[in-house]
Design a protein around this ligand. Structure first.
Ligand code: 13P
Length: 253
């Protein structure tokens, strides 16, 4: 059985004091919810403070990005060596990184390799654009992204994949549960063809894109969907707690 995972991607929101107060508001309730892996991904500048706050609780920490080199003359970048004693997870290949910062499949692949080499668990994001979806190219695009990101990567259970259709991110237009389940199933089959089916069955594949307290149940009810990567709704303490607690009760039944 795969343990469900809910991660909150705060994106470029919250300064240090806002991040601290958001964690303080949601932590007592989050900590009490069992059966779900709970991951907060605040901006880099708040990682240290959030790590202190969640110490000794059941809540874990993730970064939103990472560079592919260990150290050196890369002004403004953050290396895996800086993250390993801070957090367990790192979001890689988010569509906003691909779209606004020109991250290529090749770079995402390097980052995934590097994160795994250092014992970080990548939350690898894949997703198709609206025009690809409408032209029936979803399967081809997603398969291609998964194959490219995992090229040369040995099988591991320390990998999470997030299927985030770009047209569903921040738009309020979520995929429906059945659509998301079908594409996630395709992701798993693609991983199985690269590795083997037992390894593909072991990794968590989650959905992301306009997930809310209102629609989480629709995704969690699907057998292939192991949780969610939540953007906007993860900035609202009550809603994020509700998403996690609904996941706990639905996946345990
Ligand atoms: P929203 O939940 O705001 O649509 O963002 C999804 C996302 O990109 C999470 O990484």
């Amino acid at each position: 059985m795969r343990k469900p995972l809910i991660a909150g991607n705060w994106k470029m929101n919250t300064n240090l004091s806002e991040a601290t107060s958001l964690v303080q508001t949601m932590l007592p309730e989050l900590d009490r919810i069992a059966g779900v892996e709970k991951v907060l991904c605040p901006p880099f500048i708040s990682l240290v403070a959030v790590r202190e706050l969640i110490k000794g609780t059941s809540v874990e920490l993730g970064a939103q990005n990472m560079f592919s080199e260990d150290n050196g003359a890369y002004t403004g970048e953050v290396s895996p060596l800086m993250l390993i004693d801070l957090c367990e997870f790192v979001i890689l290949g988010h569509s906003e990184r691909r779209q606004y910062f020109a991250e290529t499949d090749e770079l995402v692949n390097k980052k995934v390799q590097k994160a795994l080499d250092f014992g970080l668990t990548p939350i690898l994001c894949v997703g198709e654009r609206l025009e690809d979806n409408e032209a029936g190219r979803t399967e081809k695009i997603i398969k291609g992204q998964v194959q490219a990101a995992l090229a040369g990567v040995n099988s591991t259970s320390h990998l999470v994949i997030a299927y985030e259709p770009i047209w569903a991110i921040g738009t309020g237009r979520a995929a429906n549960g059945k659509q998301a389940n079908a594409t996630i199933s395709l992701v798993r089959n693609t991983v199985a063809s690269l590795w083997d089916s037992k390894s593909a069955q072991a990794i968590r594949i989650v959905y992301g894109g306009s997930v809310t307290g209102e629609n989480i149940a629709e995704f969690i009810a699907e057998p292939e969907i192991d949780g969610a990567l939540v953007g906007g709704a993860s900035l609202k303490a009550n809603e994020f707690v509700s998403i996690v607690s609904q996941t706990a009760s639905l996946k345990s039944t």
